[in-house]
Design a binder for this molecule. Structure first.
Ligand SMILES: [Zn+2]
Length: 249
């Protein structure tokens, strides 16, 4: 009996670090800190082309939604924004725009800003510059222009990942590359309960933040639940909302 108890206690304490450590560490996606250091470097190196946040200290926030449009989540996000009369910026995937032109039109007609999130969401670091421009960015630019009449020059690279050389070349074509200063991790499965997303926003919020969320590309139920909480909590702290264009330029 004593022996069994001893074994149980010994095994329990041997496993304790394994039991505790995933809980302590995995709410942050692997590689996140390295990613963040790299984009901060890029923002310092290319202050007129590559942006993580606004330049000042106004209590203004730009909510951004990637990976739409889709048939379910993008309209639901639009409904919430309309209810609160909050403007936002949508970085759209070209092939989704071609599939959902009416939702693309709705985004613009309700006063939001649209930007380019590539045609097919590849990792730009694995493509040549001409592939990026000719196959991903320009077709998306053209279809958004055709549907909405808007000529945008805002780009968010898929995964926020882009080589320095690509930033320089896109800068020469007048593109502005918009990453973010606050990732809600709404895309990070198992760690994206609405309250978790809200807590993350409230503990990282700062003046002129650009916040990353998603309006497509997967199950975004928790994004929809978190969005009203975020809007109400930030408004209660004296923040108001604007588009990326107005925040930066
Ligand atoms: Zn994306």
């Amino acid at each position: 009996m004593i022996c069994k108890k001893f074994i149980f206690i010994t095994v329990f304490f041997m496993l304790l670090p394994a039991i505790l450590s995933p809980v302590a560490h995995s709410s942050i996606p692997p590689g996140f800190e390295e990613f963040q250091e790299n984009v901060k470097k890029q923002a310092r190196k290319y202050p007129d082309i590559f942006f993580l946040q606004g330049p000042g200290s106004r209590k203004k926030i730009a909510l951004t939604f990637d990976d739409g449009p889709d048939a379910v989540y993008t309209p639901a996000v639009l409904d919430i924004l309309k209810k609160y009369q909050v403007p936002a910026t949508f970085f759209l995937i070209g092939k989704n725009v071609s599939r959902y032109p009416e939702i693309t039109s709705r985004i613009v007609s309700e006063g939001h800003t649209v930007g380019n999130h590539s045609w097919s969401h590849p990792d730009f670091r694995e493509l040549s510059f001409s592939e990026i421009l000719e196959q991903e960015i320009l077709p998306t630019y053209r279809i958004i222009k055709k549907i909405t009449g808007q000529e945008h020059l805002l780009l968010r690279p898929p995964y926020g990942a882009i080589a320095d050389e690509t930033i320089e070349l896109l800068g020469q074509e007048d593109w502005k590359i918009i990453n973010w200063s606050l990732d809600t991790f709404d895309w990070y499965e198992n760690y994206n309960e609405p309250q978790t997303i809200l807590d993350r926003v409230l503990s990282n919020i700062h003046p002129e933040a650009i916040i990353l969320m998603h309006s497509g590309g997967g199950n975004r139920d928790n994004t929809l639940k978190a969005l009203p909480l975020i809007i109400e909590a930030l408004q209660a702290k004296g923040y108001s909302f604007t588009t990326v264009n107005k925040l930066l330029f």
